[in-house]
Design a binder for this molecule. Structure first.
Ligand code: SF4
Length: 297
């Protein structure tokens, strides 16, 4: 069986397999750890393993490589990118900064290493509010996700100027999706990710990152949940809470890049230790500064 061979090779190569919450179920099942991008990168840095097999999209593997330069980070599917992260380049960010002198730059971890290197501090969907509150500047440039930026802006008096990027999976939800799901599941709590549009967030019971959704689903006395994030999340939620029910806010919330990884590709990556993800040292050093400033908050 593929899973057995993966397990054997993992031991042989002194590797650890990390899978994002949006990965296909079969990939989540062979992972040593699943979580959101930052949880996984931090775990990678703390691991004794020499090889990190990162099942996710490119910016996540890059973040792991930045935080663990001494380890070999491999990505089973090198072509898995994040369309939102690609919506801003380092050059565009430099121009954005020049247009707003004196503003602090906060970049969501869903961004390239080059964009992180141009930023003052990173944030995740779990800590954006705290990160912005920690800044001395009154004006903040928030890249690349306009929806997360607008959500964070609800909790601060600072002026937040957002880049016009978005996650096509979360930005696609509409108030009509909410109305339909609520009508079908009137007892369910609606949990949505802050990458959703403001009008969808306004209708939610709770707004959480994927790690927050996982935690809330365990702790809440509710038995049913409508989940407004990528559909792969429901696989983990159901495994961890077999007695509760989870309904997708929309069946169409599928991240194509997240689904490119397969067991065959994980096996091949373990056999060849390729494709390797490496970030040039000069960029990695600057990007690490932005990540470490976030971790200090
Ligand atoms: S779900 Fe959205 S933010 Fe996450 S990798 Fe896919 S496109 Fe990027």
């Amino acid at each position: 069986m593929l899973a057995d061979e993966i397990s054997r090779l993992k031991e042989e190569q002194n590797a650890v397999i990390l899978a994002h919450n949006y990965q296909p179920g079969e990939v989540q099942d062979v992972a040593d750890l699943r979580g959101d991008s930052l949880e996984l990168s931090r775990a990678a840095a703390g691991e004794k393993a020499e090889v990190i097999v990162f099942c996710g999209v490119d910016f996540m593997a890059e973040t792991a490589a930045i935080l663990s330069p001494e380890k070999r980070v491999i990505m089973p599917e090198a072509g898995a990118g994040c369309p939102m992260a690609s919506m801003i380049t380092a050059r565009q960010l430099r121009r954005f900064k020049a247009e707003h002198p004196g503003a602090a730059v906060v970049c969501y971890v869903n961004s390239s290493a080059e964009v992180k290197a141009e930023s003052d501090i990173c944030c995740t969907s779990a800590n954006g509010i705290e990160v912005v509150a920690s800044l001395a500047e009154d004006q903040v440039l928030f890249v690349p996700d306009r929806n997360l930026g607008r959500y964070v802006a609800r909790f601060t008096d600072k002026k937040i100027v957002t880049w016009d990027g978005y996650c096509y999976v979360h930005d696609r939800y509409t108030t009509e999706d909410v109305r339909r799901a609520r009508a079908l599941h009137p007892q369910a709590e609606l949990l949505v990710h802050p990458e959703c549009r403001p009008e969808v967030i306004d209708l939610a019971d709770h707004v959480y990152s994927t790690s927050g959704i996982a935690r809330h689903a365990k702790e809440s006395p509710a038995q049913e949940f409508i989940v407004g994030t990528e559909i792969g999340m429901n696989y983990r939620l159901k495994q961890e809470n077999p007695d509760k029910e989870f309904y997708p806010l929309s069946e169409e919330a599928v991240c194509v890049d997240m689904k490119k990884t397969s067991l065959e590709k994980v096996l091949s990556a373990l056999q060849t230790l390729e494709p390797r993800v490496a970030v040039p040292e000069e960029i990695a050093d600057r990007a690490r500064g932005a990540i470490e400033r976030m971790l200090a908050v």
